[in-house]
Design a protein around this ligand. Structure first.
Ligand SMILES: [Zn+2]
Ligand SMILES: [Zn+2]
Length: 140
């Protein structure tokens, strides 16, 4: 696993910008129905160790479940993050970063929810909802 010490990013209009630390370069693609509806397609995102925002007041935080919220810009609508409350963890959309060249495919999750009309090429893990939830310890 490789990480970048820090990386910067912003939304489309620039009202919200951020500096993330300990950025995992392996992105995960999520095909779940909530991600697709919120982001307009599958989400491609990376875990970060820490995050500081500029323009916090322009972040729209939508609580999509009991355990997480999704962040976007109030002004331009750019999708910015998925924020897990416990443990406190930000998973940032790779599209929000200024330099996206270092990100590589880490794997796909909720592959069983993926519509059949598109697919990501390559040899990487493709977990179903059940396999993913089992791996992270949500279910036995
Ligand atoms: Zn914006
Ligand atoms: Zn999802």
């Amino acid at each position: 696993m490789s990480t970048l010490p820090s990386a910067t990013g912003q939304c489309l209009c620039g009202a919200v910008s951020f500096t993330a630390t300990e950025v995992d370069t392996h992105m995960h693609v999520c095909h779940c129905g909530m991600c697709r509806r919120h982001a307009g397609g599958p989400t491609m995102s990376v875990h970060v160790g820490g995050i500081t925002f500029k323009g916090d007041g322009d972040i729209l935080r939508y609580r999509s479940s009991d355990f997480a919220e999704r962040g976007s810009c109030k002004k331009c609508g750019s999708h910015l993050f998925y924020h897990l409350f416990q443990p406190d963890m930000y998973i940032m959309s790779i599209g929000a970063f200024d330099d996206q060249a270092k990100f590589e495919m880490g794997g796909e999750i909720y592959i069983d929810a993926k519509p059949q009309g598109y697919a990501f090429a390559g040899d990487h893990s493709r977990e179903t909802e059940h396999e993913f939830l089992k791996r992270i310890g949500v279910i036995q």
